[in-house]
Design a protein around this ligand. Structure first.
Ligand SMILES: [Zn+2]
Length: 113
């Protein structure tokens, strides 16, 4: 399960941030997940709650923001943002399209005390 390893690396990053910033505990982590990463936000949330048990991040809440992507169609020139993964242009159906964004898997912010 991909989400488990992502959750594990989030905990690892939190350990680094906690030490670097001198936090006693981290109350909140905000993560941005692009739709192209294949990470399912609800599964990542579950995985995070599972992995954090027994660590010093047991009280840390996770918020996951889904990042959509922009597509540009070579055929008809359509440009737009999509929230689901599209293989073809929603306007003309051509598969000759460029993607932009949607590939983030980053910690956006962390709140600690
Ligand atoms: Zn098109």
């Amino acid at each position: 399960m991909h989400e488990m390893s992502v959750a594990r690396s989030l905990i690892k990053s939190l350990e680094d941030i906690k030490e670097r910033e001198g936090f006693l505990r981290i109350t909140e982590i905000k993560v941005k997940v692009g739709i192209l990463t294949g990470v399912e936000p609800s599964l990542l949330e579950k995985a995070f709650y599972y992995i954090k048990r027994g660590t010093s991040f047991e009280d840390t809440n996770i918020t996951i923001e889904v990042e959509g992507m922009r597509i540009t169609c070579v055929n008809c020139g359509y440009e737009g943002a999509v929230k689901v993964y599209e293989y073809s242009c929603p306007l003309c159906g051509a598969s000759d399209i460029y993607f932009e964004g949607g590939d983030s898997l980053i910690i956006e912010s962390v709140k600690g005390v």
